[in-house]
Design a protein around this ligand. Structure first.
Ligand code: GLA
Length: 400
C-alpha cells in the first residue's frame, strides 16, 4: 500500500547536513527539527480562544545553520527553487515574500524578542507535504527557531529571562506567520510543533493557554491522513474572512471572544452567515470536550459521532470543505473507517480518519478509486504515529 513515509530521522539529518555542505561549502554547526501536525478536532477555534486537539506528525522539517561574521542571511531549501538572500539589518515585515518569509520572519521575531541572532547560512529539508493543511509553515518556523537556539548554545528546555524558550519559539513562529508572511492564523500549529509529546495528542485551551497531553491509545486503530492535493492557502482571503465573521459575531454579542458566547445567544444573531459561522465555533468547542472525554473513556462510537458532526458543521456552517474532502471523508467511513473529518484550515488540504488496522488497505484503496472515478488528483496517504515537538539534532550531525 503506497504511503507517504516520514523517512528515518538519522537519514534526514544526514541528508540535510549534506545539502547544506554542498550549497555553502562548509558543514552546518547545528540542526533544528520540528514536526507537521494533524488536528484531530477543534477547527478555527484557536483564534476564538477555544479548544483544539492536534497531534504532531512523524513527518518533519530539518533546518541546518552555521553563523556568518558579515551579517548576511542566505536561506535555501531542498523543496523550493528560489534561495533568499538578505541581511540582518534590513529584516522586517514587508521586506520578505514567498517561502522565505516564514524562515526569515522567525529570525526577525527572535531578534525582536531579544535573542542575539547572528548572520547565518541556512538550509531547509522537509518531509511535511506542502500546502496540504498539515502545517508545513509552522514546522519550518519552529525548526528555524530550534536551530537558532542551538546556534546560540542555549538549552531548548531552558528559559530566556522569565520565559521558557519553547514558549518564545511559539511566539516567534506566530509573529513570523501573522506579521511577516501575512497569514492571520491562530497559534495551534506552532504550539503543537514545539510542545508535542510522542504518543500523545495535545489538548490546548487558548483561553488560558494551558496544555494537557492526552495518551492516544487507539486500541488497534490507526490515524490515517489523506492529502487531497487540492491546494490550500491561508493567505488568500477565505481564512481571514472566516476570522472576521467570528469577530463580528463576538462584537454583536458583546463578548471578548466566541469562547464566551452561548449557543442560545448565537442563535439569536440576525446576520444569517455570521450566525452560522459562530454556531460552528460554539458547537466545535463542545465537540472537542466531548471527544476528549470519549477518548479517555475509550468510547470510540462517541468519537466517531463528534468527528462526523464536526465535518458537517465545517461543510455547512463554516463552509470550508471541498468536494474532494467530502469524498475522502464519506468514502473512508463507507469502507470501514470508524470516524473521519476534514482537518486544518480548509479550502482544500487533508482529511483525518481513525481506521481499524485490518481495514487500512481497503480504506486507502476505496479513496483512491473514488478519486480516480471523479478525475480528482491522486491523493497521498500518511499513517500517523504521534511524534515529539521541536528538537535539536546535534547528535545526528556528528555522524553526518
Ligand atoms: C490553520 C491555522 C490554525 C488554525 C487552523 C484551523 O492551520 O494556522 O491557527 O486556525 O487553520 O483550525
Amino acid at each position: 500500500m503506497p504511503l507517504l513515509e516520514p523517512g528515518s530521522p538519522s537519514d534526514l539529518v544526514r541528508a540535510t547536513a549534506a545539502a547544506f555542505t554542498e550549497r555553502f561549502g562548509r558543514p552546518p554547526t547545528v540542526l533544528g527539527r520540528a514536526p507537521g501536525r494533524v488536528n484531530l478536532i477543534g477547527e478555527h477555534t484557536d483564534y476564538n480562544r477555544g479548544l483544539v486537539l492536534p497531534v504532531a506528525l512523524p513527518h518533519a522539517t530539518w533546518v541546518a545553520v552555521a553563523p556568518r561574521e558579515d551579517g548576511a542571511l542566505n536561506l535555501s531549501s531542498t523543496q523550493q527553487d528560489a534561495p533568499w538572500t538578505g541581511t540582518l539589518d534590513t529584516l522586517e515585515p514587508g521586506s520578505i515574500s514567498g517561502w522565505a518569509a516564514y524562515a526569515a520572519g522567525v529570525l526577525w521575531a527572535l531578534r525582536e524578542a531579544g535573542l542575539d541572532v547572528p548572520g547565518l547560512d541556512l538550509h531547509v529539508h522537509s518531509t511535511v507535504p506542502l500546502g496540504a493543511g498539515l502545517s508545513s509553515s509552522a514546522a519550518l518556523e519552529c525548526a528555524v527557531g530550534a536551530a537558532v537556539v542551538g546556534l546560540l548554545g542555549l538549552d531548548l528546555d531552558g528559559r530566556h529571562g522569565e520565559e521558557p524558550l519553547r514558549d518564545l519559539l511559539v511566539r516567534a513562529g506566530i509573529r513570523a506567520e501573522t506579521e511577516v508572511a501575512g497569514a492571520p492564523t491562530g497559534g495551534m500549529d506552532q504550539t503543537i510543533a514545539v510542545h508535542a509529546q510522542a504518543g500523545s495528542a495535545l489538548l490546548i485551551d487558548f483561553d488560558d493557554d494551558s496544555r494537557r497531553p492526552l495518551d492516544l491509545d487507539l486500541e488497534g486503530r490507526v490515524l490515517l491522513v489523506t492529502d487531497t492535493r487540492v491546494s490550500h492557502e491561508l493567505t488568500d482571503g477565505g481564512y481571514a474572512s472566516r476570522r472576521a465573521d467570528c469577530e463580528a459575531a463576538a462584537q454583536a454579542l458583546g463578548v471578548d471572544s466566541l469562547r464566551h458566547a452561548s449557543l442560545d445567544a448565537v442563535e439569536g444573531l440576525t446576520d444569517e452567515r455570521v450566525r452560522r459561522r459562530a454556531r460552528h465555533i460554539v458547537t466545535e468547542v463542545a465537540r472537542v470536550e466531548r471527544t476528549v472525554a470519549a477518548l479517555e473513556a475509550r468510547d470510540f462510537a462517541e468519537v466517531a459521532r463528534c468527528f462526523l458532526d464536526s465535518h458537517t458543521s465545517m461543510r455547512e456552517d463554516f463552509e470550508i470543505s471541498t468536494e474532494e474532502l467530502d469524498t475522502a471523508v464519506g468514502v473512508a467511513v463507507e469502507a470501514g473507517a470508524l470516524a473521519a473529518r476534514m482537518t486544518g484550515g480548509g479550502f482544500g488540504g487533508s482529511s483525518v480518519a481513525i481506521v481499524p488496522e485490518e481495514r487500512l488497505a481497503a480504506v486507502v484503496r476505496a479513496i483512491d478509486a473514488a478519486f480516480a472515478l471523479r478525475s480528482y488528483p491522486a491523493p497521498d496517504h500518511l499513517v500517523v504515529e504521534p511524534a515529539a515537538g521541536a528538537s535539536l539534532e546535534t547528535d545526528g550531525l556528528s555522524r553526518a
